[in-house]
Design a protein around this ligand. Sequence first.
Ligand SMILES: [Zn+2]
Length: 418
Amino acid sequence: MTATLIKNVSIFDGTGFEPFPGEVLVENEKISVVARGSGQINVPGADVIDGYGGTLMPGLIEPHSHLTFPHAIDRVARSFMPGPEEHAYITAHNAKTLLDHGYTSAFSGGATNPAVEVRLRDEIAGGYLPGPRLKAASFERSVQGNSGRNSKSSGPGVEELEKFCREMIELGVDTFKFIVSGPGSVFPQNFQILTYTPDEIALASRIAKENGKAIAGHCYSSESIKLAILHGFDAIYHCNFADEETLDLMESQKEKFVVVPANGIIEAGLTKRHLIPDGAPEKHPDAQGGLEMIDEAQRRVIPEMRKRGIRVLPGGDYGFPHNPHGREAWELELFQTKFGYEPAEILSAATHGSAWLMRMADEIGLVKSGYLADLLIVEGNPLNDIAILQNKNAMKLIMKAGAIHKLSMDALTANWES
Ligand SMILES: [Zn+2]
């Protein structure tokens, strides 16, 4: 058995309560003891990590990742859809990038190559490649094919839809993703288009539930959000144009789903236009107005959801040149500056809240005895300055299931006296 004592840290345990000075014992892959104060845990032979007063917190969880979207903070890919071999390596690099930035788990919001994502999930789980614990997704299926263009099954109707679901189950995905409204994402003329019939969504939901799969929807319009809620979707992405009646429905069912709006991609589309490649939809003359409409709608609707106790999680849609992998924690800052959330509730949502979507709420997302040791030591206090989580150099320890991915020896002294 391996034992590691982490001492001299301020513990933010993920519940949203104030951090407290304490220490944590990790045995094998799990947290075995969480104690307040110092000198409380004494295990002869344990490795010791001195946190030098840094903040110990649960690993971050990305609830709407697209690891197959190729662009990362240190690399702009040559194409959005690289050839399969290159795509596999790029996706693996993106997974490592997330872990390097403190994300120990990720729930995929859709894959442009689900076979790559499924196999990467298994490589990471086996300990062969570094990356977040992953829930892998299907293509982002739209009726016309869209990102599902490599799928054998696209087009309207319940038969094609059933084929798609069976094909994805065969591949081994954890999650189905459907573009229920607003194909194209940034064009106002598409925002209100409903791409599936209620019969199709009902069938997809039934197959998901019968096979233990999660189900996520890209839903801009009220009509699409209502459909997703009525058919038991786990994650409803964007939700930009929820009207009053839809918000009432959401509030009445709020224990059953989470919302992940994805604001960084909108903010970056408006403020980092020079990084958007020519030919990308965001460069189209109509896109600017579309992005502004979405931004304005999110500024109105997300604080309203917060007021109603609807669970809104920070994350989503990183992997573009202007919004690359490695910047995921920017979303946390935007929740504070644009939507008025408090840092403690944002951090709780990004850990404990997102663990619910992973279907691992009693295993990850908290610093708690019996939970997997997915832990970060951050230099400084992210509750005073949430932006420090965007600086990977501030991550002094990154531990996943008790295994150390990073321990920065310049600021922390490990006393390996076993
Ligand atoms: Zn997305």
